[in-house]
Design a protein around this ligand. Structure first.
Ligand code: GLV
Ligand code: MN
Ligand code: MN
Length: 408
């Protein structure tokens, strides 16, 4: 069984037509017109492969290759098709099409395993539209409530709930927790470990988890020229100092995989000659250790209190999610190593700094991940690039491991 690199490339190229920033990377936020169009494209591929297509009330899509025993819990694979603004073509998408190619390979060999293999497109993995990540897989893991869907809003003020209703999703049937034997997701690495080691396939040992917060700083809006420096209560300068405190805490932490990022900042009223009265910004903290991450959040809170007091501003932190890291299932990792060895494909273990849908799915099943290299480790950017040969090798390992799991 060998994956068809040309078909993978064709799918990945065709789906990129559903993109609102052609020429400037891929922008396809969850639940937008282009997202639903891309989803329909995947549905079409699923149908052409003879899969049973199903969807749920938060927009997850399932393409099932029915196993011989309908009573057995299925195996899940797949990933996401939404992107960050001006992102790449492969983050998430590589895993969706690798899953479809893997099932196509099994079918071509006339292999029908005992368990159903479901190739899934999880809705809204990226947090960029609503501030909360992994909407679909979080729902399947029972980690999101209807209330959360009503409270999580995009920059236009629309809630996830409203948008789903407008698009005809039946929220009377909130997804039930998935009953799954195992989950295996392929993804691009989004770092340079595989590339530096010249290894085409990675076996993920653990997934760092994000804590996401919004910080709102309220100062005093005033005239940029008329307000002397000593009389200012500048919301942005306080926000900048908080951001630098976050950077310092993450940089000086002895925890190896800890990161701290401010990726979004909104200033009010937002004019060059007005001292901002309010700054609202995102805080993203990751680690492979939940304990280290919580400690950093605690330290940041103390720093924020000090900064706010000294600058005479008010700073309020709102927690959006605090996910715990996941140790990938050792049994699945063992299968990945042995199937790769059988196929003569070199693999190595590595940690995922980014979060993935698998982080959520690890709550309800044994989850594993396969990584393939991405050029210079760049991702969440239009420069994201992969080799189709690496993707095909990763898909070979995925198909072989899915088959083992589906016959357990
Ligand atoms: C996923 O895209 C992440 O931000 O880790
Ligand atoms: Mn991403
Ligand atoms: Mn991703």
């Amino acid at each position: 069984m060998r994956a068809d690199a040309e078909e993978l490339e064709k799918w990945l190229t065709e789906i990129d037509q559903f993109n609102v920033t052609p020429g400037a990377g891929t922008t396809r936020a969850v639940y937008t017109e282009e997202f639903f169009e891309a989803r329909n494209y995947v549905k079409g591929v699923m149908q052409s492969l003879g899969l049973t297509v199903r969807e749920d009330s938060v927009g997850n899509l399932f393409g099932e290759y029915q196993g011989t025993d309908a009573d057995e819990e299925p195996i899940w694979t797949g990933s996401h098709i939404d992107t960050v603004p001006n992102g790449g073509r492969y983050d998430g998408l590589a895993g969706v099409f690798a899953g479809l190619e893997a099932v196509k390979m099994l079918k071509a060999e006339g292999i029908r395993p005992k368990r159903t293999i479901s190739v899934n497109v999880y809705a809204g993995e990226e947090m960029s539209r609503f501030g909360i990540c992994c909407i679909g897989s979080r729902a399947l893991a029972g980690r999101i409530t209807e209330e959360d869907l009503k409270e999580s809003r995009d920059s236009s003020g629309k809630s996830i709930f409203q948008i789903l209703e407008e698009n005809g999703f039946d929220l009377g049937h909130f997804p039930e927790k998935g009953k799954v034997h195992a989950s295996l997701e392929l993804h691009i690495e989004q770092n340079t470990v595989l590339e530096e080691n010249e290894i085409p396939v990675g076996v993920v040992t653990g997934i760092c988890a994000p804590t996401n917060l919004t910080c709102t700083v309220r100062g005093v809006q005033s005239h940029a020229g008329g307000t002397s420096m000593k009389n200012r209560r500048d919301a942005f300068m306080a926000a900048a100092e908080i951001s630098l405190a976050l950077e310092e805490l993450a940089r000086t932490s002895t925890s190896e995989y800890i990161t701290g990022t401010v990726g979004q900042m909104k200033l009010m009223p937002g004019a060059a000659n007005v001292i901002p009265g309010q700054a609202e910004f995102s805080i993203d903290i990751r680690s492979i250790s939940g304990e280290d991450k919580n400690r950093l959040v605690g330290d940041l809170k103390s720093r924020i209190d000090g900064i706010a007091q000294r600058r005479g501003v008010e700073a309020v932190l709102t927690l959006l999610n605090n996910d715990m890291p996941y140790v990938c299932d050792p049994h699945i990792r063992g299968i990945l190593h042995s199937e790769a060895e059988k196929a003569g494909i070199p693999v190595m273990d590595l940690i995922s700094g980014p979060y993935h849908d698998s982080l959520m799915l690890g709550d309800i099943t044994d989850a594993g991940m396969i990584f393939i290299p991405c050029k210079n480790g760049i991702s969440h950017d239009r420069a994201e690039a992969i080799s189709m040969k690496d993707l095909a090798r990763g898909t070979d390992v995925l198909a072989a491991a899915l088959l083992v799991l589906a016959n357990e």
